[in-house]
Design a protein around this ligand. Structure first.
Ligand code: PRX
Length: 642
């Protein structure tokens, strides 16, 4: 059975694209009619990109969880909503039907209420990939509390930063998380974070690993104890939310300062994640969808939880890592749960590809119908490996480009509907109007490329709002304006560079700002530099990305150190430990080079362009260095050791 807003042919894609561009109000009202509203909207769209102010479905009332759960109960109540695959292969998988998930969510929503969490309050969630994480997220949405999920790999300092910025009054966590053969002591990390200034009143702890933890009287409570206190008659009804009420905050890295809290709102985000989920994967009722992302990132929010559940789909959630207990784990999961759609990151594919095809032996992947990638550009080699060995050349591959800020996918081919082009994200979704501009914001015109085709290149912007776009950055609207809407008047600037071919296909070439993409994880160079500079004896540092075979990009740090004499390798380890403490292990540099100076302009600006070239191994064409304060430093860095 297809959805009323499902795109079923190439001709329909073009027609829908045109309709959404010409009359967005009518187009999106039609899509929105397929959702459940307490009250319908007064106006579909109101916007300006100057303040910016973006409103979708103003005046409408809804609760997103009624769309993700309640409305499916009658027909799909016994259908699996979540299939959970644990880290450990000896532990049985768990299935939660729509009825079961619904029951858990309303019960935990009441737990939140009992612990004085109310509409508009902020709740940080720092858990492993277990069903209770999904339950926590949706229970917040049920009562109108604003969730802010923090990826389980982030450090105590990162939690403290987020918790302080959001002024969270409650944290939901676990004693620990299983990850491969490790146990991560999540509660201990939260305890550390809570040593810093905070307004947290309650910490709710789910017992997953049975690791000993310290519970602070009056503040810390056990998930199970709280659930057991509730009788079915206690259940409160879902909060009636305004379309534009915040649904969640998700922190993400930018080119300057600390991560910013991207805010998504109830109605537009719901419509966008559902619409894109159904259309990019060509989802058909009954398909089993496996998104390998962590719910700590936007991909998990949109395509493990909200999009699939609002569409009444079955979503697989995996606790562990692709290499545990062996590198065939993804293929085992596909075989075991008869997965139809696999959505993963190019970095995972490159890593699994490096083990050859032996881990695929004996795994039945014939249930697969659609493959997807997200998070970073996919190189052609990985694309073909995916196509040949996983999809057996019969599954369309969708290369989905989007960002934390966009809520859901903006540019992709549609599985089986619009053509794929390896390493190209291809065409915009209906409702998305990309434009490629030069430094001055002028639309660029095609240049004959090497292959003779007419290709345009420049910075990727979007001309008009789509329902799932960010509305603000938490507590600092000006930061949102400056970051996304001030570079080019009346355009949303993505921070990405892109190419466009004569057929209108887009290829994302990567960030044009100081944001790195390490294994599909977004990290700001400024954040890493600040962390390095915290290390005793470090005078200054500069961080750039360089091409990395598996991770896509690696982190290369140039460091001026003037502290106590010690072995370079020990010092490197100490600096890496400082970064782990400040941000998390994901931000550890792959290379650290000690230098006596950095290439700076006379006004004191670090010339990263030169450092990037050196990091890439370029020795000859380093560009014009005559404007540098001290040009000699370049040769020293170029000839230095890592
Ligand atoms: O540079 C783009 C890259 O990831 C950035 C967004 O990162 P984040 O907010 O963490 O969201 C990742 C998951 C949606 C983008 O600015 N990116 C994402 N998808 C692709 C991509 N680059 C190339 N191709 C993609 N398909």
């Amino acid at each position: 059975m297809s959805y009323p807003f499902q795109i079923n042919s190439l001709a329909q894609y073009h027609a829908d694209y045109k309709a959404a561009a010409e009359n967005p109000d009518a187009f999106w009202a039609n899509v929105a009619d397929n959702f459940c509203w307490r009250k319908k909207w007064d106006k579909v769209l109101g916007w300006n990109f100057t303040e910016p102010k973006i409103e979708w479905f103003a005046g409408a009332k809804l609760n997103i969880t009624e769309n993700c759960l309640d409305r499916h109960l009658e027909k799909l109540g016994d259908k699996p909503a979540i299939i959970w695959e644990p880290n450990n292969v000896d532990e049985p998988a768990r299935t939660l039907t729509y009825k079961e998930l619904h029951a858990q969510i309303i019960q935990f929503a009441q737990v939140l209420k009992n612990n004085n969490v109310n509409r508009g309050d902020r709740v940080c969630i720092y858990m492993g990939m277990i069903p209770e994480l999904t339950i926590a997220v949706l229970a917040c949405a049920r009562i109108g509390a604003i969730h802010s999920v923090i990826f389980g790999g982030f450090s105590a300092q990162s939690i403290a930063d987020r918790m302080q910025d959001a002024k969270a009054s409650c944290i939901i966590t676990c004693d620990g998380a299983f990850r491969g053969n490790k146990i991560i002591d999540l509660k201990a990390v939260v305890d550390d974070a809570l040593l810093q200034e905070n307004v947290v009143q309650k910490v709710i702890v789910f017992a997953r690993t049975k690791t000993p933890v310290i519970m602070m009287d009056g503040r810390d409570v056990w998930w199970d104890d709280e659930m057991n206190k509730i009788s079915i008659t206690d259940f409160t009804v879902a909060e009636e939310m305004d379309a534009e009420d915040p649904l969640f905050i998700l922190y993400t890295s930018g080119s300057t300062g600390k991560p910013k809290g991207v805010v998504h709102t109830c109605a537009g985000y719901m419509i966008w994640t559902t619409y894109t989920f159904v259309n990019m994967f060509n989802y058909q009722q009954g398909d089993v969808h496996f998104c390998t992302a962590d719910i700590g990132w936007i991909t998990g929010h949109s395509y493990i939880i909200y999009g699939p559940l609002a569409a009444g789909a079955t979503s697989v959630m995996f606790e562990g890592i692709p290499t545990f207990p062996d590198v065939g784990r993804f293929w085992d999961i596909i075989d075991k749960h008869q997965v139809n759609i696999l959505y993963t990151a190019p970095t995972a594919l490159r890593s699994l590809m490096s083990f050859g095809n032996e881990p695929l032996q004996g795994k039945n992947l014939s249930s697969l119908k659609t493959l997807g990638t997200v998070g970073e550009p996919i190189n052609e080699e990985a694309w073909h490996w995916y196509d040949d060995n996983i999809g057996k050349n019969k599954c369309p591959i969708v290369d989905t480009w989007w960002q934390t800020e966009t809520g859901g996918c903006l540019i992709t081919n549609l599985a089986g509907i619009t053509p794929a082009k390896p390493s190209w994200a291809t065409l915009p979704m209906p409702g998305v109007q990309p434009i490629i501009v030069d430094e001055k914001g002028e639309e660029t015109s095609p240049n004959p490329s090497e292959g003779g085709a007419l290709v345009t290149s420049g910075n990727l912007c979007i001309k008009a709002p789509w329902p799932g776009m960010l509305r603000t950055t938490w507590g600092d609207h000006e930061r949102c304006r400056v970051n996304y809407f001030a570079t080019y008047p009346n355009l949303y600037f993505t921070g990405d560079g892109a190419l466009k071919d004569a057929e209108g296909n887009y290829r994302i070439t990567g960030r044009v700002d100081d944001v790195l993409n390490i294994s599909g994880h977004r990290i700001g160079t400024a954040e890493v530099e600040n962390a390095i500079n915290m290390h005793n004896g470090v005078i200054e540092s500069a961080v750039v990305g360089y091409p990395h075979d598996i991770k896509g990009q690696g982190i290369y740090a140039f460091v001026i150190y003037n502290g106590e004499q010690m072995d370079d390798n020990i010092l490197r380890q100490n600096i890496a430990a400082t970064i782990s403490k400040a941000i998390g292990a994901i931000a550890k540099p792959d290379k650290i080079q000690f230098v006596s100076g950095l290439p700076k302009t006379r006004s004191g600006k670090i010339m990263r362009r030169i450092l990037r070239k050196i990091a890439e191994g370029e020795t000859e064409n380093l560009g014009d260095i005559t404007t540098l304060l001290d040009p000699d430093v370049v040769a020293e860095i170029r000839d230095g050791k890592v």
